[in-house]
Design a protein. Structure first.
Length: 121
């Protein structure tokens, strides 16, 4: 028998009720869409690049991630539509940045965690 599964089927009613009530207060669909967006390797690379620089133009992003300008623009637009990135047009160039410190922290924490897990193995 596996050691990571309860051997009996029971639950703590007060704990389950309390956590279920908290979950009902949250919009898990919006949070899920954030993680889905960042689950794409190209978008995660873009987001990480935007934690390293305050802003990057679409052409810079394309070169950083090794994609066409159209592909980079598509990914940046999706990040923008989900509220993870913002942009500013200056002349003929469009500059993107992450929307706020929460997004920056989320991306940085994911990479920090990844390095910690890697060092334990």
């Amino acid at each position: 028998m596996e050691n990571d599964v309860c051997e009996v089927n029971c639950y703590h009613e007060d704990t389950v009720s309390r956590v279920q009530a908290k979950l009902k207060e949250q919009n898990t669909k919006e949070v899920t869409s954030i993680f889905k967006a960042l689950a794409d390797e190209t978008r995660l690379k873009i987001a990480y690049a935007l934690t390293l620089e305050d802003e990057l133009c679409v052409c810079d992003v394309a070169n950083i991630v090794g994609a066409s300008t159209a592909t980079a623009s598509h990914h940046l637009r999706l990040l923008h539509n989900l509220g993870l990135a913002k942009y500013q047009k200056r002349g003929k160039l469009v500059y993107y940045s992450l929307d706020d410190d929460h997004v920056i922290q989320l991306v940085q924490l994911a990479f920090t965690h990844s390095m910690e897990v890697k060092s334990r193995v």
